[in-house]
Design a protein around this ligand. Sequence first.
Ligand code: PMP
Length: 358
Amino acid sequence: MNNDRAHIFNAGPAVLPFEALQKASKAVLNYNGLGLSLIEMSHRSKEFEAVHLEAISNLKEIYNIPADYEIIFLQGGASLQFAMIPMNFLKQGETAHYVDTGTWSTKAYKEAKNFGEVKVIATSEDKKYTYIPKNIPDEKCSYLHITSNNTIRGTQYFNFPKIKNSPLICDMSSDILSRQVNISDFDMIYAGAQKNAGPSGVTIVIIKKTFLESSACKSAYLNYKTHSKENSLYNTPCTFATYVMGEVFKWIKSIGGLDEVEKRNREKAKLLYDCIENSNGFYRAPVEKNDRSWMNVPYKLPTEELEAKFLKEASLKRFFGLKGHRSIGGVRASLYNACPLESVQALVSFMKEFKKNN
Ligand code: PMP
C-alpha cells in the first residue's frame, strides 16, 4: 500500500487501484510520449481506438463473456439505464417486473412506470430492506429487473433468481467485477463504473445479442442497437473514463482475475463483520446475516452522538467516506475491489479502540 494514501471507504466515486491512477496521471500529461494528453486526442484516433478496443477485450476475458453478448460503453450513469431499459424493452400490452430492494431499485421501477406497465413482484420493504427477497416468481413479462448489490442498504444477492420465462436484467452498479458471475444467467447487466470499474462518466452494458435486437426504441441515441452498431463510438464518449476503466481491467488481470478479487473481497468483509459481531452489541449491522454485502457495510453505534463522535475521530485519522447515506444515517464502509486489506485492518483497529474508550 502507498503510504501517502488515506483509507478510502467512499461509496462512489470510490477508491481506485493506485497503479491505474499512476498510469492516468501520466496519460493526462503526455500520452505515450506523443506530446499530447489522452484527453486532447480525438476519440476517432488510432491511439484512442486501441484503448477502447483493449478495454472491451479485457472485460470479455475477465468475465468470460460468451460470444453471443455485446459490450457497450455508455454515458448518463446507471440512472439513464433506468429509463433506457423500459424505452427499449417494455413492450406494449406487457408488464415489466421489478424486485424492490430499496433506493436504487425503487428509483428504477419508478422511472420505468413513466413508460408502461410495471409490477413490483417482490420487495423487502416490510423489514426496511434488510434482506433479499427469496423465491422470486418466474412469470412471463417483458423483463425482470433486479439490483445485485444495494449500495445504501448493504444487501447483496448470493443466489440469483433462476428465471426461464422472461429476460433477466441486473443493475450491478455496486458489485460489478467483485466476484465471478455466470454471464449467461442474464440477458443484460449494467453498471455505472464509479465503484469497482473506474471513475464516473462511463456505464458498462453487457447484453445478449438476441435481446438487444428485440429493442423497439424510436430514439436513435437511446436505442442500444445504435451504440452496438457504432461500437460505442456513435458520439463522443468520455475518453478519460474509458481509459482509466481499461487500466482497472488490466489491474484485475494482473492480480489474478476475479478469483483473486473475490478472495480479497470475502476476507475484507469477514474482517469487518466479525468486528461488528464481536462487539457485544456496540456496533450493530442491521442486515440479515446471509444477505450481507461484501461491498457496502452499514452499521450503527449505540447513539447518534456516539456516531457523530466516531465519524469525527475517524476523519482525523484520514478515514474517508464512512458517513452513512443521508437517508439511513449511521456508518457505512464501502470495501470495493481497490480498497486494500490494510485499510480494513486499520478501520477494525480504530473501531476496537473507539469501543474501549467509549
Ligand atoms: N444503482 C446502484 C446500485 C447505485 O449504487 C447507483 C449509484 N450509487 C445507481 C444505480 C445510480 O448510478 P448513477 O449515479 O451512475 O446514475
